[in-house]
Every structure is written in structure tokens, then in C-alpha cells.
Design a binder for this molecule. Structure first.
Ligand code: SAM
Length: 317
């Protein structure tokens, strides 16, 4: 993958260029003396293309806090889940993420990165001399290929007891039916127990489509996912929200908001779907596929408890 931008090319040539764009913000955070995380490989991975996209796209250098807070929250959820006994992490659309090189993770942890062939080949070239801290494997796969992804999920699920799915900056690019279909496939394997992903409100989706949508649509990568139901959108597809963290509120706590937004951060954020508000959050989900597809023992504890309560209440009537 050639990373040097050429003036005759579109700013974002294809969906994988968004990985360079995301990586440059991790590089910039790393340069700060008060960095919330450090990713020493990010600048090399982002390359001149990442820098060019951030410097050219509307507001590209304005909303650093959103990118940084997103990564910060994913790191937090990941660290918590690993502490709770996750033995495999599957990073869907991993792009140029370098967590297996920069986070403190157990060496026994299986870490699977899935993304399109071109970006993973480029990443491997850049990282060839580096050593990950855990057991890293890369899988070149188009996640839109339903039979191939099901086969992969099935194979991986048998290698672990408790799997955490991570998809950072990915589901946003899917149409709602595609997001639902992916969620359903992820809910099927019993060991796939947790999923952490970012989501936005319909209001923010509309605003971003207006502001930067043309660059993304031109690359065949429009922002599409901002369901009116919010995180509850995934419930019918087998995933129940466990923990939802607002990027705005978290950035306020971290003192990373620009001055004018800091004033607004004192206002309470209403619970539930955010509708036309500019909201985005990082959400942790628990798998709750029907019992025919999941055995009770492999279900999350809340699901077993919920089923038992339901059975008991049925007995009472
Ligand atoms: C915005 S980047 C996010 C990358 C990374 N998760 C991060 O946060 O830095 C989106 C990623 O989704 C990947 N992607 C998009 N569609 C895909 C598909 N159908 N199959 C696999 N990966 C895909 C792109 O190649 C790109 O790496």
C-alpha cells in the first residue's frame, strides 16, 4: 500500500485509508507530555497519508479529544475485560492499531486482528522488526463476506473460553442491516461473551455526513450507522448493553474538552437514545443469544440469573 499522498488522488482513496487517519491522532497524543496513552509506533504506521488526511479534512485538527477519548475508553474496557479473564481478543477491522505492542497484556492472551488484506500487508511491513507482548495473529478477511466470517468466528470460538470482540471505528461504516447481521454472527459462538464498540446518535451521524461525508462516500466508505434506538439496537441481535460511556462526559473528566465545550459539559446528559443530540459513546455489550445456540453454562451470569427468575415467575402464576 503506497502511503504517500498524490495530489491527483482523492483525499481518502478507500476505507482502509481511514486507518491511517485514526493512527495519526494516536501519534499526536503520544507526543504530549500528559498523554493518556502512548503508541510509539503510531506515527510510522499513520505515515504521511494519515498526516495529510488530518490536515486536510474539515475540522481534522479540531476534534482531537474525540479520537483520544475513544482510544482511552477502549483501552480501559480492554484492560478490565482481560482482568476478568478474557483469553482471546478479536479486533475486527483492526487497521493500524498497535495495542498488542503497547498495552500491558498477559503473554498467554490470544489476540486476533482481522482486516482487509492490503492494510494488513502494509502493517506487517512496518512492524516486521517489532515484538508483540501477547500471542498475535493477523487474519486478512473481508468482513462483508458472510460465509467466510462465520467460518472464522466458528474456528476462533473453539480456541478460547471467553472472547472479547473489539471493533473500534468500524460499525459506523456499516448500514443498519449489515451491523445487525454482523452482530447476529458474533452472538452465535458461545465463547464470544463481550463486545466493545463505538456508536453515535442519529444527530451526530447527520452532522458528520454533512461535514465530511463527501470525502468518505467518494471512497465508498460512507458513515451509515447511528441508530435511533442507541445501544439497544443490538438487543434483538443477541447483545445487551452492559456499560455505556459518553465520549463527551469522559473527555470532560479527563479535562480534554476545548473551553466552549467545557462549559456545556456541566449540563446533564439525558439517559437513553440521544436522537438529534451530538452524542457518541463507547459501549460494552454482553452476548445473550437464545439458549438453543448457547448453553446455559457458557452464558453470561446475568443471563442465567434472568432465565432462572423468569422460570420461577412462570411457576408462581
Ligand atoms: C477507521 S479505521 C479503524 C481502524 C482501527 N480499528 C482503529 O481504530 O484505528 C476502519 C478500518 O475498518 C477496516 N474495514 C472496513 N471494512 C472492512 C471489511 N469489510 N472487512 C475488514 N475490514 C474492514 C478498514 O480497512 C480500516 O482498517
Amino acid at each position: 500500500m503506497d502511503q504517500s499522498p498524490v495530489s491527483t488522488e482523492p483525499l481518502i482513496r478507500n476505507i482502509s485509508d481511514t486507518a491511517c487517519w485514526a493512527a495519526i491522532y494516536r501519534a499526536r497524543e503520544t507526543d504530549r507530555p500528559d498523554a493518556l496513552f502512548r503508541d510509539p509506533l503510531a506515527r510510522r504506521l499513520a505515515g504521511t497519508r494519515g498526516e495529510h488526511i488530518a490536515n486536510t479534512i474539515p475540522d481534522g485538527n479540531k476534534n482531537l479529544w474525540t479520537w483520544v477519548t475513544r482510544t482511552y475508553l477502549f483501552d480501559r474496557f480492554l484492560a478490565e475485560q482481560v482482568k476478568e479473564g478474557v483469553d482471546m481478543v478479536i479486533n475486527l477491522a483492526a487497521g493500524l492499531d498497535a495495542r498488542p505492542y503497547r498495552m500491558a497484556l498477559p503473554s498467554s492472551l490470544q489476540w486476533i486482528e482481522v482486516d482487509l488484506p492490503e492494510i494488513l500487508t502494509y502493517k506487517e511491513e512496518i512492524l516486521s522488526g517489532q515484538k508483540p507482548v501477547c500471542a498475535l495473529q493477523r487474519v486478512q478477511l473481508d468482513l462483508a463476506n458472510i460465509s467466510a466470517r462465520r467460518e472464522l468466528f466458528d474456528k476462533l470460538s473453539k480456541r478460547a473460553k471467553r472472547v472479547l470482540i473489539v471493533s473500534e471505528g468500524f460499525v459506523t461504516y456499516l448500514a443498519p442491516d449489515e451491523a445487525g447481521s454482523l452482530a447476529k454472527d458474533l452472538a452465535a459462538p458461545p465463547s464470544f461473551q463481550r463486545w466493545v464498540l463505538d456508536m453515535m446518535s442519529p444527530g451526530l451521524l447527520k452532522m458528520l455526513q454533512k461535514k465530511i461525508g463527501s470525502h468518505l462516500s467518494q471512497a465508498g466508505a460512507p458513515f451509515q450507522f447511528g441508530p435511533p434506538e442507541g445501544p439497544d439496537f443490538l438487543i434483538p441481535f443477541g447483545w445487551k448493553p452492559l456499560d455505556v460511556r459518553s465520549l463527551f462526559k469522559t473527555a470532560a473528566k479527563l479535562k480534554r474538552l476545548p473551553f466552549f465545550l467545557r462549559l456545556m459539559s456541566f449540563l446533564p446528559e439525558p439517559k437513553g437514545p440521544q436522537g438529534s443530540k451530538f452524542w457518541s459513546g463507547i459501549c460494552l455489550f454482553a452476548g445473550h443469544a437464545p439458549r438453543s445456540r448457547r448453553t446455559t453454562t457458557s452464558c453470561p451470569r446475568w443471563y442465567a440469573l434472568w432465565s432462572a427468575t423468569k422460570r420461577a415467575s412462570r411457576r408462581m402464576v
